[in-house]
Design a protein around this ligand. Sequence first.
Ligand code: GLA
Length: 375
Amino acid sequence: MSAFFDLVGREPDGVWSAPGRVNLIGEHTDYNDGFVLPVAVDRGCRASVRRRDDGMLRCWSVQLGKGAQSAVAELVAGVTEGWSAYVLGVAWALREAGVPVPGADVVVDSDVPAGAGLSSSAALECAVGLALSELAGVEVDRTVLALAGQRAENEVVGAPVGIMDQMASVHGRAGSAVLLDCRTREVRTVPLPLRELGLALVVLDTRVTHAHATGGYAARRRACVEAAGLLGVAALRDVSLEQVEAAAGELGDERLRRARHVVSENARVLAAVRALETGDVAALGPLMAASHASLRDDFEVSVVELDTAVEAALDAGAVGARMTGGGFGGSAVALVPLDLVPAVAERARAAALSADLRRPDVYVVTPSDGARRLS
Ligand code: GLA
């Protein structure tokens, strides 16, 4: 019998799922109208959902227990505590977008670890959002669904995140990465034939958790907005490295370094796409290394656990490695020759042990399809 039946006493109308993601390259560029290259992975959130006729929305998590409940009609913006803020938030955002969201019982079950930088929240938002819109009988455009997830996170959870994670979760494609232009929201699928290349996509989860509702993420975002303002442009997407360097005096050291990261990272994303599209996988190594160094030194969102994992992966023979996601903990991602995966895992664990850090979780992920109905 399903967890849904145990909790609700009936069977669900359907089961929907949405994946988490790793980001190959393009970090902290999404909220600067820039470019990102994420990959939806074979870990995600499943939402089993049954429509209710009384307009109430109730939710449970297999991992986290009972959540809050509310009448859909009474949902409002404003920061709400706890995991169910993502569920109530996406229902609110879809309703605001004009979707006649019905009452429902929702049971979610996720194998994306929370706080690991693999977008457990986007997976949750997109699985529930897709379920609620299908139960409403409305075909919601996938980008609109992603935007509803982001709005839930910004205005109900209180995390000022960009659009990358939700877009990866809805637009992901098996065997591919997704190039996203975060200004135009144009999506291009970029083939990532790992098996043919003899490579594995490896996650090194430092098990140091982060939360984007607090602290550093919002401060970085603010610095980028200020830098764009001082440079007289709408977003850091609109300036060149030369313009940033020329404005060093007005920007001051910190904003200069934040802006330099964003501008150089955008160029690295486009170079990575060119490398993949021309079959020059070796070129990804230096690009990933430069991305990590820039995030560590200029954007200052790495931590010793991530630096240690990246270095260990490279020492053990990874083609490329870098931190992935927002930083301040979470995971690194590495492209690793298939036969070297055990050595990378071993080296990362040994390096953590000798530096007196938590033992990382190391596992292979597979580029996968985006949000979909399972049954
Ligand atoms: C988090 C956010 C994304 C993005 C990344 C950094 O994952 O949710 O929107 O800003 O950090 O690239």
